[in-house]
Design a protein around this ligand. Sequence first.
Ligand SMILES: Nc1ncnc2c1ncn2[C@@H]1O[C@H](COP(=O)(O)OP(=O)(O)OP(=O)(O)O)[C@@H](O)[C@H]1O
Ligand SMILES: [Mg+2]
Length: 213
Amino acid sequence: MRTIMLLNAKGGCGKSTLASNLASYFATEGHTVALVDFDPQSSGLEWLAARSEDTADIIGINGTEDGMRLPRHVDTAIFDVAAGISGKELTAMVRRAETIIIPVLPSPIDIRAASHFIRDLLLVGKVSRQQTKLAVVANRVRENTLVYHQLEKFLKSLKIPFIATLRDTQNYIRAEEQGLGIFEMAPSTVEKDLEQWASLIKWLRSKRSRARG
Ligand SMILES: Nc1ncnc2c1ncn2[C@@H]1O[C@H](COP(=O)(O)OP(=O)(O)OP(=O)(O)O)[C@@H](O)[C@H]1O
Ligand SMILES: [Mg+2]
């Protein structure tokens, strides 16, 4: 089973948004997908509840209640992990994922928090680079802003692949309201966003995002 985790101790950086969009992407590609929601506000499960019946199936799992009991036929599990995670909890969570994506917002506070979090992840979380592949994504970006340039510089300085820059757009909010991902919206309205996701998808489809052996 493929396991992809959205992780960052900082709240509001886009973990749930990326999780629902990834779940929608893999489901529309024909995969059997589970969205495992660890968010105390159950935003992923609420998003699933808003999905209409004619959309591709996604199995919703309450991570805090059901733990890791995933149906056997699931081939792709997307983990939406709650903010504020650290220490032993973080270590245990990291062990469950083959691929970890860390969204980071362009703000001085988020950049600072991400630099501490990634250090924790590599030290406390004992991420073995062979077992777990990490990547960072810049989210809610307004290009040509000074703070985005600072974020870009920070993300490029890490020894972790910087795989995508996603713009700040109401498209994610519109999709979220309808229980959709941008991959399920009218292509003409999300053209720019699909273009921005292409590098993220390419990384996920490549061996670089898969554990060795
Ligand atoms: N690229 C984007 N453009 C516009 N709005 C966005 C974007 N990404 C996320 N948002 C919005 O920002 C808010 C926070 O995003 P989200 O809930 O995905 O973050 P989170 O990391 O899951 O937060 P939490 O830590 O509280 O679980 C949401 O209202 C979401 O719709
Ligand atoms: Mg969330």
